[in-house]
Design a protein around this ligand. Structure first.
Ligand code: KG4
Ligand code: ZN
Length: 335
């Protein structure tokens, strides 16, 4: 472990200021300033407000992460930051701060694709995670089934054709009055609900790896309005559990379609939706049935964080893949 690069990772692509420190794949610190309370009153992330909140917390969090890791800034081997995708104003804060810090310290800078961070996150839970693997990426902005052939060699087998899974959860939770962010709220409500109470649609059965969640959202809204008008609306936990089941069903089915088609023995998961209790259970059941190994990071490493950016940074640094200080953020960066 002593030769593993010590890297500070900075994540500011959306509404969490995340700072992490790793030594290779070893997690040394992971600290977060969540803006959930700030954006909750607007019912969603306000880009300008997000950027300002990153500015306010980034310096203090950097000190905290280094202090928790027991690392002096001069001992860092590199500084990594999210380059994209995300909100441009929010990205610029972390990216510019990281470049400035790297420049001041005379250390290499590494720009990281946020989605590659989610792909690498299982490593922080268990360093045995390695390609070839099928990885389900499910977050507020993405739903993808990725064939990770090698580190750095990814084939996106399937994606959502409209809303991401997290987006569907956020929008439906908002409609149900459960607040923001919707995923954790639906997860909590569903705990006491019946997942078979209502049969919501499972879209695109004929496309093995693709998702569509916008019809599900419309279907839920129509159903709730009709039942409310008729005075026959089932308890909200039943609605939440049934909705969650419809989303989990397709995420699990399409992931394992890819496992079956490729014959890989390793399955990974990343992104905020991967914090979902029911999804974690169902993925584990399917993995056990097939004798494949499932790697899902602990919940706080599924949602956005700096440690996942740091671990990709350490990996790239070991391979000499560094980023020029003239580089800019790319809000539309893809894997
Ligand atoms: O990866 P992430 O933190 O940010 C993006 O890159 O988008 O994912 C955020 C998404 C939100 O849509 C949120 O509602 C969802 O992850 N999420 C959950 C849970 N925790 C967060 N969805 C379902 N169950 C959860 N427990
Ligand atoms: Zn994310």
């Amino acid at each position: 472990m002593s030769n593993s690069p010590v890297v500070l990772g900075i994540e500011t692509s959306c509404d969490e200021t995340g700072l992490g420190v790793v030594a290779g794949t070893e997690l040394r610190a992971n600290v977060l300033a969540s803006q959930v309370d700030i954006h909750a009153r607007f019912g969603g992330v306000v880009p300008e407000v997000a950027a300002r909140a990153h500015v306010e917390s980034i310096r203090h969090l950097t000190h905290r992460a280094l202090s928790e890791a027991g690392v002096h800034q001069a001992d860092l081997d590199g500084v990594a930051a999210t380059q994209g995708p995300g909100l441009v104003g929010a990205l610029v804060v972390g990216f510019t701060f990281a470049k400035s810090l790297a420049w001041a310290l005379g250390k290499p800078f590494i720009g990281i694709n946020h989605m590659e961070g989610h792909l690498f996150a299982p490593l922080l839970g268990d360093p045995a995670f390695a390609p070839p693997a099928i990885v389900l990426l499910a977050s507020g902005g993405h739903s993808q089934v990725v064939h990770m052939k090698e580190w750095g060699d990814y084939e996106i087998l399937g994606s959502t054709i409209d809303d991401a899974a997290g987006e569907a959860l956020d929008k439906t939770a908002r409609f149900l009055g459960l607040g923001y962010p919707g995923g954790p709220a639906i997860d909590r409500e569903a705990e006491n609900g019946d997942p078979a109470a209502i049969s919501f649609p499972r879209a695109l059965p004929d496309r093995p790896y693709d998702f569509s969640f916008s019809g599900l959202k419309t279907s839920l809204i129509t159903y709730v309005r009709q039942q409310r008008d008729a005075g026959t609306l089932p308890p909200i936990p039943d609605v939440a559990a049934s909705l969650q089941e419809a989303i989990v069903d397709v995420l699990v089915a399409k992931t394992f379609n890819a496992v079956d088609a490729t014959g890989v023995k390793v399955v990974g998961g990343g992104g905020g939706v991967m914090a979902n209790s029911r999804l974690r259970t169902r993925l584990q059941e399917e993995a056990d049935k097939r004798g494949v190994t499932l790697y899902i990071p602990p919940r706080d490493l599924c949602t956005d964080n700096g440690a996942m950016i740091a671990v990709v940074g350490a990996h790239k640094l070991e391979r000499g893949e560094v980023t020029d200080l003239g580089a800019d953020v790319d809000a539309g960066l893809s894997l």
